[in-house]
Write a protein that binds this ligand. Structure first.
Ligand SMILES: [Zn+2]
Length: 338
């Protein structure tokens, strides 16, 4: 049958319909199938989605709402996210002021019996909050990047397990078994990272990164974060700040500076050129390697990739990371959407 020919006056309507269809597609990734019978969980950044995925695995429906590669610090949730939040039984965020617009939207849209869990707020006390370069004390908001510290991620995993058990006690044994298997993986990861970090010559155990996400990690393995280039409003540094950094890098003989794909920066190239430090582009704190479904697309895969970028650039050997398994701990498949 030949297609009906549209008269000119119909084209605007056809475009409107097409637009509506595209919006509907974009939104469908952000809502739950009400009939699945599984616990519905919303999470925020992808490392947290991966931690929740490992413990809830085949018995929960999980949507990580902050797209990978997007700046989580300035993320404003689109209206479609409100639908997923209104359906969720559990909303698991990092907290520590990382996802404030998303937290506001969750509080405004959640079901009365749904629970919001802020992992960072529970994992450490206010006395353990770190204020530093991009998170100055006078602004009152601590560095929220707890998860690069595997030891703090172990705490996150425990808090996630407890929340899943609270909302879905019938599957307590399943969540507990996955938590134990995941904890064992995290312990292996911690040992491999300690081993790799120990191969870095002591005078090189200094980190200068663009994005300020290694503060808690550095404590675990005896590194010092000597600076972060990104200002606290997540803009580019001023010419004067860049000049100061160049002096500091020369004085401290920093062998490498680290950028990230999420925050491409021209000033890093300039700083590297003027100081002779090596510029490593691929550290990440919330952009998992590969695509969803890939073995490396996980929290553990992220840390393996980070160590492989960081440790050799500082003169160490990251081969211990090769023995770490980044895959899911459960065997029944997951219903997570990133
Ligand atoms: Zn970050």
């Amino acid at each position: 049958m030949p297609l009906p020919r549209l008269s000119r006056s119909w084209w605007p309507i056809a475009f409107l319909l097409l637009g509506a269809a595209l919006v509907a597609c974009g939104g469908s990734g952000l809502s739950f199938d009400e009939s699945s019978g599984r616990l519905k969980v919303v999470s925020s950044v992808s490392p947290i989605t991966s931690i929740v995925e490992n413990i809830g695995c085949g018995r929960i429906d999980l949507i990580g709402v902050i797209p990978e590669g997007e700046d989580s610090h300035t993320y404003e949730p689109p209206a479609a996210v409100a639908r997923a939040l209104s359906q969720a039984d559990l909303v698991i965020l990092n907290g520590l002021f990382l996802e404030e617009p998303l937290l506001d939207m969750a509080e405004a849209n959640k079901r009365p019996d749904a629970e919001i869990v802020l992992l960072g707020d529970q994992a450490i006390t206010q006395g353990q909050w770190k204020f530093d370069f991009s998170f100055p004390r006078e602004q009152g908001k601590p560095n929220p990047h707890l998860w690069p510290s595997v030891r703090l991620t172990m705490r996150y995993a425990e808090i996630v397990r407890d929340a899943l058990v609270r909302k879905d006690p019938a599957n307590r044994d399943y969540y507990e078994a996955n938590y134990r298997a995941f904890l064992q993986r995290l312990q292996e990861l911690d040992r491999a990272m300690a081993e790799a970090a120990a191969t870095v010559p002591p005078q090189n155990r200094k980190l200068l990164t663009y994005h300020d996400s290694w503060a808690y990690w550095a404590d675990d393995y005896g590194f010092q974060v000597i600076g972060a280039i990104q200002p606290s409003d997540f803009s580019e540094p001023s010419a004067q700040e860049v000049a100061q950094l160049i002096d500091q890098i020369r004085q401290e003989r920093v062998p490498a500076i680290f950028g990230s794909e999420v925050f491409p920066s021209r000033v890093l190239n300039q700083i590297a050129r003027e100081t002779g430090a090596r510029y490593v582009t691929d550290l990440a704190d919330d952009d998992l390697p590969g695509k969803p479904g890939d073995r490396m697309h996980s929290y553990i895969g992220l840390m393996v990739q980070n160590m492989k970028a960081m440790i050799p650039a500082l003169g160490g050997d990251a081969s211990a990371m090769d023995r770490v398994d980044p895959g899911l701990v459960c065997r029944d498949g997951s219903h997570a959407r990133y």
